[in-house]
Write a protein that binds this ligand. Structure first.
Ligand code: COI
Length: 373
């Protein structure tokens, strides 16, 4: 989009709805099923750059059947949340990280990039308008779904000459309403999520649809999620749609928290990055070594057999932290320890607490962005 106008928040126009929706009882919220009154949209054309942003009533999109997003998957997205703190201020969590990632995703599929600051200020205006949809109980939030699609009407395979950036918002409850619920995983043998040189490190819609069949296969056999491996070596990469962490006492007898490195096959999770930063800041004093490096499912199994496996958990925006209690690999079960009588291990609990304290503004931290009124 060089030379054409960038995204400009000062050009925003707002048309409010004449029929505000009733709020649901927070207990009835199902992730991603109900949406707020409005949406934020910005069109882009190759000729004119980013046009004036608009907030309108939530409404259907009208797309010609030839629109390129429908054929060639010109679509990328973000997941972020708006929280209401104890003083009723609205907070976002590290929105700059989401903007950075969306721009990187867009660039990979020939969609236009945009000013992160302008988009954060537009999202701020939007969540201010939608604030009655942000539940105030801890653990609840307004899930935001920024999405960027190619809208050119053509079956020709080429860079889209037009695009639409939009944001919709869904009030959500805690992923595990009754507290943590540790999950069982099945290692997927016949599919890989990502590969070196591929696009597994970008948040493209095209990375998500192919995850469903392996997930169904795992759940048919009674597992909640699938564990993604890579290569002959069986490197552990991700769990379902989340990043994966393992804690063990390593072969050198050192307590180690480990997650796969950003080698192009791992989605750059904001929660992953944040958990790593908190771990590096707060855990070495307790004797922990923090590692971003490759590790294999065979090493996890060996650690379990030798009584060195301490914990396993996934991280993501939706669930924050998702404890794991077992992994089945080639028909054999690897038992992953939890705290006695609990559905979580101590580290997963700690990270969940630390993340929520920051997200809800209970601990002062520059990752928490207070939305201007
Ligand atoms: C996550 O937050 O872990 C996700 O991957 C979001 C999911 C709804 C696509």
């Amino acid at each position: 989009s060089s030379g054409t106008p960038d995204l400009d928040a000062s050009k925003l126009t707002i048309e409010t709805t004449a029929t505000p929706k009733p709020l649901l009882d927070p207990k009835e919220l199902i992730f991603g099923r109900t949406f707020s009154d409005h949406m934020l949209s910005v069109e882009w054309t190759a000729q004119d750059g980013w046009l004036a942003p608009r907030i309108t009533p939530y409404q259907n999109l009208s797309l010609d059947p030839s629109t390129c997003v429908l054929h060639y998957a010109f679509t990328c997205f973000e997941g972020m949340k708006a929280y209401k703190d104890a003083d009723s201020r609205i907070r976002l969590f590290r929105p700059d990280r989401n903007m950075h990632r969306l721009n990187r995703s867009a660039a990979r599929i020939a969609l236009p990039t945009f000013s992160s600051d302008a988009f954060i200020s537009l999202i701020s205006r939007f969540v201010n308008l939608e604030q009655r949809f942000i539940p105030s109980q801890k653990g609840y939030s307004l899930y935001l779904r920024p999405t960027l699609i190619g809208t050119q009407k053509t079956l020709g395979v080429g860079p889209p000459g037009s695009a639409l950036l939009f944001v919709i918002a869904s009030p959500v409850g805690p992923y595990y309403p009754t507290g943590f619920k540790a999950v069982t995983l099945e290692a997927t043998e016949h599919a890989v999520r990502a590969w070196p040189g591929g696009v597994g490190d970008r948040k493209l819609g095209a990375n998500y649809a192919p995850c469903i069949v392996p997930q169904i296969d795992a759940s048919r056999r009674g597992f909640q999620q699938n564990l993604w491996l890579f290569g002959e070596e069986g490197y552990v990469t991700e769990v379902g749609t989340m990043n994966m962490f393992v804690a063990w006492v390593n072969e050198d007898g050192v307590k180690e928290l480990i997650t796969a490195p950003l080698d192009g096959t791992i989605l750059e999770g904001v929660t992953r990055e944040s958990v790593l930063a908190l771990a590096r800041e707060r855990l070495p004093a307790e004797g922990w070594k923090i590692s971003e490096r490759k590790y294999t499912i065979a090493e996890v199994k060996k650690a379990a057999e030798e009584g060195r496996l301490l914990e396993g958990f996934g991280t993501g925006t939706a669930a924050v932290v998702s404890p794991v209690k077992g992994i089945t690999w080639r028909g054999q079960n690897i038992e992953v320890p939890l705290s006695p009588g609990k559905e979580t291990g101590p580290l997963a609990q700690k990270f969940w607490d630390w993340m929520c304290e920051i997200q809800y503004g209970e601990t002062k931290h520059d990752w928490s962005y207070v939305v201007p009124e």
